[in-house]
Design a protein around this ligand. Structure first.
Ligand code: SF4
Length: 336
């Protein structure tokens, strides 16, 4: 379902723009429609009041909690069931963050990702993305939303932009705390600067070598690392938010001295930060995770060379931390 469809339904029930905003604000913030100083019957049209219980029930059915997987780092991985029985993952992160999914499956097929293995199953509607936030808010406050879960937001651009616009207004999330994460797509760099809510941008770089990047991200649009960083730099300067360059560290693949030199050449003087995340083991994939000492050494070297680098663990890594693993596990037949 799309946010635009909810608006249309509210309008058909007699809601003006202010009424619709109120309903969407309470829903996306996980507040009961009867909350607030004055009860809704004091200022909502009677036709809308009569229609609200059914609309609310449909909104609640967009995303239901299938299972919760708390991790030692304080994050919680949520398996979320959609109205048609499909499942996606959201992750409640420490410090009031939430990572949400934008597709069931993904067509980019990054070779180190569980979600990519099954290909694209279906797009999520914008309302299904907002519903993940509303659901997470029934458990904890959410002040930051990253579109970094299952799916490539650039492949579902209209719906993701619609969700971002709602979250950045009625949804009460600061614009720079909305993070659009992409492998890089020219349409993203054209579209995002035009919207009323401009999110921050995370770009999946993973290597400075064009050929290797095409092997690691086989269905990503053909933007070279240089083109990607150029486009990211323009967006960062236009919005005032630094680009978050993402780098999954794979032992023996992209953790060598040649890549360190490549990063220094590519990112020196750029308005951005490099997030390095050691690969999280995925069953059935041969990639290896470099030791933490090795990863820390790479980060220290880059820092010394003037590249702002943060070494991160992927959240909830003790509970199937790579995106798509929970869903894959849930889909496996149960052995009796
Ligand atoms: Fe898709 Fe992201 Fe997985 Fe790549 S890492 S296959 S873009 S979900």
């Amino acid at each position: 379902m799309q946010v635009a469809q909810i608006r249309e339904r509210l309008r058909a029930a007699g809601a003006g723009p202010g009424h619709a905003y109120r309903v969407l604000r309470l829903w996306s913030n996980a507040l009961p429609q009867s909350s607030g100083k004055r009860r809704p019957e004091h200022f909502l049209p009677a036709t809308l009041l009569a229609a609200l219980p059914e609309i609310e029930a449909d909104l609640a059915a967009l995303a239901r909690l299938q299972s919760v997987h708390p991790a030692e780092d304080g994050s919680e991985r949520l398996l979320v069931e959609l109205a048609d029985g499909q499942a996606v993952e959201s992750v409640l992160l420490p410090r009031d963050g939430l990572c949400i999914s934008s597709q069931v499956g993904c067509a980019v097929k990054c070779v180190f990702c569980m979600t990519g293995r099954e290909g694209l199953v279906r797009q999520l509607g914008s309302a299904e993305m907002v519903a993940q936030v509303a659901l997470a808010r029934t458990r904890r406050p959410v002040k930051k939303v990253v579109f970094m879960g299952m799916g490539e937001p650039a492949h579902n651009l209209d719906n993701v932009v619609e969700a971002i616009e709602l979250l950045g207004t009625a949804g009460n999330i600061g614009h720079k705390n909305l993070v659009f994460s992409t492998v890089g797509d020219p349409r993203v760099f054209e579209r995002l600067p035009q919207g009323p809510v401009k999110p921050a941008l995370a770009l999946s770089l993973h290597t400075t070598k064009k050929d290797l990047r095409e092997q690691l991200l086989p269905r990503a649009p053909r933007m070279s690392p240089e083109e990607l960083v150029e486009a990211g730099e323009r967006y960062a300067r236009a919005t005032g938010y630094p680009i978050q360059y993402q780098w999954t560290l794979l032992e023996g693949v992209n953790d060598g001295p040649d890549e360190i030199e490549g990063i220094v050449e590519l990112l020196s003087g750029r308005y951005g930060v490099l997030n390095m995340i050691p690969f999280n083991k995925v069953d059935g994939l041969d990639f290896r995770r470099p030791s933490w000492e090795r990863a820390a050494e790479i980060a220290r070297t880059l820092h010394r060379r003037g590249i702002l680098t943060k070494l991160r663990q992927s959240a909830a890594q003790d509970v199937d931390g790579g995106c798509g693993q929970l869903r894959a596990r849930a889909a496996q037949p149960v052995r009796l």
